[in-house]
Design a protein. Structure first.
Length: 202
């Protein structure tokens, strides 16, 4: 006598008849959504911080590169070339100090512009800028007093002009602080040598 497999409600005669399978519960879905949201939020914060730091480095490097370009042009073309830094609008240009009456050590209307206004990648806070002018192009004799450092406002236009021998008309140091991240940069120019420095501080 042939005995058949029992059948009934909820039972099927195939191997795929396991009714133990079930979908996700609402609680499980909510837990998964919460985890995905937390991970996504942390990723966005990390990515935003990375982009801000990248722009911060780019701003400091761009100012340094503009100063290097001006100094190279001054030495190679034997003229006074400088950078005009507009801290109020976060921009700069490179120019030739070509005033008809002779070089002035600063930008004046009518000077030859080598590169037009360039906007900085980020909006840094110029926490402090110190500059001491040395308008006399003749090197200072030994054992004589030099000009002192003059504190200047934190906003405004600053001209950093290099002479044909590579020296700078001014000593210059700017402290750049990028909001919301801890990056701090010091960009400096030494007048006696024209050496351009870029230092990152924690």
């Amino acid at each position: 006598m042939q005995v058949g497999l029992p059948t009934g409600p909820g039972k099927e005669s195939g191997l795929c008849g396991d009714d133990s399978r079930h979908g996700f519960t609402l609680l499980e879905l909510l837990v998964v959504i919460a985890i995905v949201g937390i991970v996504g939020g942390l990723s966005i914060v990390g990515w935003s911080s990375f982009l801000a730091r990248l722009k911060s480095h780019g701003t400091a490097n761009q100012i340094r590169d503009a100063l290097v370009l001006a100094r190279m042009d001054a030495k190679s073309r034997l003229r006074n070339t400088g950078v005009l830094l507009d801290t109020a609008n976060d921009q700069f240009l490179v120019f030739v100090d070509s005033f008809a009456g002779g070089p002035t050590g600063r930008y004046v209307t009518g000077d030859l512009v080598l590169t037009p206004w360039t906007t900085l990648p980020s909006k840094p806070v110029f926490a402090s800028i110190s500059s001491s002018s040395s308008p006399d192009p003749v090197p200072r004799p030994c054992m004589t007093a030099g000009t002192g450092t003059v504190s200047t406002p934190q906003t405004g236009n600053y001209s950093i002009v290099f002479r044909p021998d590579g020296r700078s008309w001014v000593s210059f140091q700017a402290k750049l602080v990028t909001p919301k991240i801890t990056d701090t940069f010091l960009v400096g120019v030494l007048p006696t040598t024209g050496l351009i420095t870029l230092e990152q501080r924690p």
